[in-house]
Design a protein around this ligand. Sequence first.
Ligand SMILES: *[C@@H]1O[C@H](CO)[C@@H](O)[C@H](O)[C@H]1NC(C)=O
Ligand SMILES: *[C@@H]1O[C@H](CO)[C@@H](O)[C@H](O)[C@H]1NC(C)=O
Ligand SMILES: *[C@@H]1O[C@H](CO)[C@@H](O)[C@H](O)[C@H]1NC(C)=O
Ligand SMILES: *[C@@H]1O[C@H](CO)[C@@H](O)[C@H](O)[C@H]1NC(C)=O
Ligand SMILES: *[C@@H]1O[C@H](CO)[C@@H](O)[C@H](O)[C@H]1NC(C)=O
Ligand SMILES: *[C@@H]1O[C@H](CO)[C@@H](O)[C@H](O)[C@H]1NC(C)=O
Ligand SMILES: *[C@@H]1O[C@H](CO)[C@@H](O)[C@H](O)[C@H]1NC(C)=O
Ligand SMILES: *[C@@H]1O[C@H](CO)[C@@H](O)[C@H](O)[C@H]1NC(C)=O
Ligand SMILES: *[C@@H]1O[C@H](CO)[C@@H](O)[C@H](O)[C@H]1NC(C)=O
Ligand SMILES: *[C@@H]1O[C@H](CO)[C@@H](O)[C@H](O)[C@H]1NC(C)=O
Ligand SMILES: *[C@@H]1O[C@H](CO)[C@@H](O)[C@H](O)[C@H]1NC(C)=O
Ligand SMILES: *[C@@H]1O[C@H](CO)[C@@H](O)[C@H](O)[C@H]1NC(C)=O
Length: 546
Amino acid sequence: MAARAPEPQVLLCLGALLARWVAAGLEAVVIGEVHENMTLPCGNISETRGLVTWYRNDSEPIFLLSSNSSRPPAKPRFSLVNASSLHIEALSLQDEGNYTCGEALNETRWFQVWLQVASGPYQVEVNISTTGVLPNGTLYTTRGSQVDFSCASSSRPPPMIEWWFQAPDSKTEPFGNNLTASCFTLLLMSQNLQGNYTCLAKNLLSGRRRSVTTELLVYAPPLSDLECWAEMLPRLFLLQLTCRWDGGYPDPNFLWTEEPGGVVVGTSKLGVEMLNRSQLSDGKKFKCVGSHIAGPESGASCVVQIRSPSLLSEPMKTCFVGGNVTLTCLVSGAYPSAKILWLRNLTQPEVVVQPSSHYVISQKGQSSTLTIQNCSQDLDEGYYVCRAENPVGVREVATWLSKKFSLEHRGIVGTIVSLLLLGLAIVSGLLLYYSPVFCWKLGNTIRGQDMGDVMVLVDEEEEAEEEENAAEEEEEEEKKRRRKPMRGRPHRACIAILVVVNFERKGGGGERYRNINDERESLIGCLLHAPYWDRARNPGMCSEGN
Ligand SMILES: *[C@@H]1O[C@H](CO)[C@@H](O)[C@H](O)[C@H]1NC(C)=O
Ligand SMILES: *[C@@H]1O[C@H](CO)[C@@H](O)[C@H](O)[C@H]1NC(C)=O
Ligand SMILES: *[C@@H]1O[C@H](CO)[C@@H](O)[C@H](O)[C@H]1NC(C)=O
Ligand SMILES: *[C@@H]1O[C@H](CO)[C@@H](O)[C@H](O)[C@H]1NC(C)=O
Ligand SMILES: *[C@@H]1O[C@H](CO)[C@@H](O)[C@H](O)[C@H]1NC(C)=O
Ligand SMILES: *[C@@H]1O[C@H](CO)[C@@H](O)[C@H](O)[C@H]1NC(C)=O
Ligand SMILES: *[C@@H]1O[C@H](CO)[C@@H](O)[C@H](O)[C@H]1NC(C)=O
Ligand SMILES: *[C@@H]1O[C@H](CO)[C@@H](O)[C@H](O)[C@H]1NC(C)=O
Ligand SMILES: *[C@@H]1O[C@H](CO)[C@@H](O)[C@H](O)[C@H]1NC(C)=O
Ligand SMILES: *[C@@H]1O[C@H](CO)[C@@H](O)[C@H](O)[C@H]1NC(C)=O
Ligand SMILES: *[C@@H]1O[C@H](CO)[C@@H](O)[C@H](O)[C@H]1NC(C)=O
Ligand SMILES: *[C@@H]1O[C@H](CO)[C@@H](O)[C@H](O)[C@H]1NC(C)=O
């Protein structure tokens, strides 16, 4: 067939008259399309000199029209152009056939024209069996599934159907080799089969073509498990909730809600939500639900529970002058992980301890240690505050660091002195039991001396009592008070404190005092810290700190 492979130029003039005739002797072939107008030339004579008469050759020639104006045309659809060519309006399929024109000169010359009428292709119907249709009409299927493609169109003569495929960012290529089948099946769809599928129906006679392009997406459910976590954004102290569900295409959707209650925190494709402190409280739970178009119907979910930090730290530590001491702060329960800071509260409130050769700070997980190297006699004593902070809450715990005299003062001498003082204390206690005035006198006597540690303790004790009895201000009043009611329990408290003072002065003399010292330190620590913790956010911390 001459029109089997239409030239591109011809394809460009789709819809125009496709009048192409191939000279074969005096014979021509003209191709027209239904509903179009068609002009059949009478031979290749440009200049007509004789009378032209047109016939239609069926079983016998039928007169159509003549250039003799006295003979009317057989049908009004027929007319003569340039006094020789036959013009047919609105072609129909019945017009297909052989036509003959005769030019009458001295002798009649005959020309034959074969008119072929093509129609279509009309509507191209594509059917792709897929998993589903997106709201915007795009088809999608899932990886590994089977997809059936079919394409149908009607034309005369019957159309040639071709499938073409275009992957993203690549050029269109015929599907398979010379694939003119209207149906085919793809097994095991994969990502590289995602793209635009085009069914092309071609009328080989007219060269007219019509195509339908369908975008087919190949979706894949996530391969991994849904993961979610909370983290603290440095500096801003915002809480960032993150949800991940990797390996799927396209990206899943994430919904973060508060649990229980289901108040929506946010929905996104990223799975990241930012929360400020006002939205947070200790123990609150957040749930992330991931949903994927190709994933399980119910999606996947996970829950995070945020917790403010809890702290464990020694309430009291001692450091030998010239020695090293390590303060430890253990953070537990914090989610997300807390930021741990050491603060110094000696002269200025809340000064952050910066790492240096003197202060070595190291953190392992949620445990931080502050090592003070080469303790100095005056500078290092005081409160050290460990602060743990996450977006949910802040906790602080203070450690009292007291200095001790150098190591030479320890040992046997220290022990002997300790025992002597212990004895003295017991005697004092017994005396006090019978003469409370002595207790006060002894206290004053000791205070008169330059004994820093004792002073600290007695002062604290006084403070505590002063708080209980706010009315007493003058020392005279205090004297009276101490003289009168101090019987029984208060006396013993006085003794206990003296004993403690004794150990405090000379403590750490040997291994066997270690446990006693620890207990004593804890006790004093609690006493000392009580006012602090009244002011602090977590009054229970002192007992926790033990
Ligand atoms: C065919 O010719 C008639 C009259 O000459 C005209 O009205 C009509 O628009 C033409 N149709 C086409 C499709 O060209
Ligand atoms: C007409 O066609 C004939 C036969 O193909 C050819 O010999 C002749 O030269 C043509 N005349 C013109 C004017 O093209
Ligand atoms: C068509 O009719 C003409 C005139 O009668 C005749 O010469 C010619 O052979 C016919 N052609 C066909 C194919 O029948
Ligand atoms: C034209 O047709 C008429 C009527 O059929 C006829 O009488 C006349 O001779 C014809 N003219 C020519 C030039 O053939
Ligand atoms: C009619 O003749 C004119 C001038 O010779 C030409 O330009 C035109 O194409 C012809 N029309 C047809 C339909 O052959
Ligand atoms: C027209 O004539 C050719 C031969 O010249 C023939 O092959 C063809 O079948 C004819 N067409 C019709 C519709 O009769
Ligand atoms: C037609 O006939 C006339 C006279 O009969 C003659 O002069 C003329 O040359 C002829 N034409 C052709 C084309 O044969
Ligand atoms: C339809 O939506 C999908 C997913 O959002 C997108 O990939 C595709 O390009 C869209 N198609 C059209 C025709 O907008
Ligand atoms: C079909 O393939 C053959 C060779 O593989 C080629 O010659 C021919 O042109 C192709 N046909 C089409 C319609 O692409
Ligand atoms: C399909 O074709 C449309 C229009 O050309 C284009 O926007 C889209 O990206 C193509 N889709 C793919 C998967 O190549
Ligand atoms: C204190 O620590 C430093 C560094 O680890 C070390 O060089 C020094 O000897 C230690 N001092 C004492 C008294 O242990
Ligand atoms: C820290 O200093 C402030 C202000 O001087 C004081 O109120 C607070 O009690 C101190 N805290 C500790 C643990 O010493």
